[in-house]
Write a protein that binds this ligand. Structure first.
Ligand SMILES: Nc1nc2c(ncn2[C@@H]2O[C@H](COP(=O)(O)OP(=O)(O)OP(=O)(O)O)[C@@H](O)[C@H]2O)c(=O)[nH]1
Ligand SMILES: [Mg+2]
Length: 213
């Protein structure tokens, strides 16, 4: 049974909060900002501006009785910003590496990002691969099976997503949230930051209990 069930935002809600740093990486124009915007605000912009440096947003989701606050670092994909990336993935507990299913170069670039994360990020980092723009399947250049096989070989969560239609957007973030280590009463992990005494938050579109903060 899934550990991340939607739960109403009432008094019986989660009583513990932990906070994780998540970074989005990938070639420019694959849809990193669009995925974050869809997840956090439920919006999509046809003319999304290219990110400069990085953008920071948060979203809160419920996993069992824990409120998981995700700190999302949406990096800029343009090559000239590449050298900034370690600043954002350093100390991150999770990463989404995004490619565009209509553009093979972006899939190759995604593999390079995965390798860099595996070598240089925290060893326990949870990595997901998102094949974005799944709504453009008539222009598909990367077969689902190829990406799936690559993801399995590398221990990655994999989903095709569409920021435009919202397909699998909440799902990929939730799949990561479920895989993140959550401290229990008996085993307080220091992997995420636990904020004691916190209560549940209001209901939101991107999650069972979350609004951006
Ligand atoms: N059809 C379609 N278009 C998308 C999707 N996601 C993003 N786009 C479009 O792709 C373009 C680039 O999206 P961004 O979200 O800015 O891409 P990015 O990866 O953040 O780009 P950088 O900030 O330059 O790294 C925009 O015009 C979006 O509207 C999607 O799922 N489907
Ligand atoms: Mg962007």
């Amino acid at each position: 049974m899934s550990r991340a069930q939607p739960r109403p935002a009432n008094g019986a809600g989660p009583n513990r909060t932990c906070q994780f740093k998540m970074v989005l990486l990938g070639e420019s124009a694959v849809g990193k900002s669009s995925l974050v915007l869809r997840f956090v605000k439920g919006q999509f912009h046809e003319y999304q501006e290219s990110t400069i440096g990085a953008a920071f947003l948060t979203q809160t989701v419920c996993v069992d009785d824990t409120t998981v606050k995700l700190e999302l670092w949406d990096t800029a994909g343009q090559e000239r910003y590449h050298s900034l990336a370690p600043m954002y993935y350093r100390g991150a507990q999770a990463a989404i590496v995004v490619y565009d299913i209509t553009n093979p170069d972006t899939f190759s670039r995604a593999k390079v990002w995965v390798k860099e994360l595996q070598r240089q990020a925290a060893p326990e980092i949870v990595i997901a691969l998102a094949g974005n723009k799944a709504d453009l399947s008539q222009k598909r250049q990367i077969e689902v099976q190829d990406a799936q096989t690559y993801a399995e070989e590398n221990g990655l969560i994999f989903m095709e997503t569409s920021a435009k239609t919202a397909m699998n957007v909440n799902d990929i973030f939730m799949a990561i949230a479920k895989k993140l280590p959550r401290p229990t009463d008996r085993n307080d992990s220091n992997k995420g930051i636990v904020i004691p005494g916190s209560t549940n938050t209001a209901s939101g579109s991107g999650s069972c209990c979350g609004n951006s903060k």
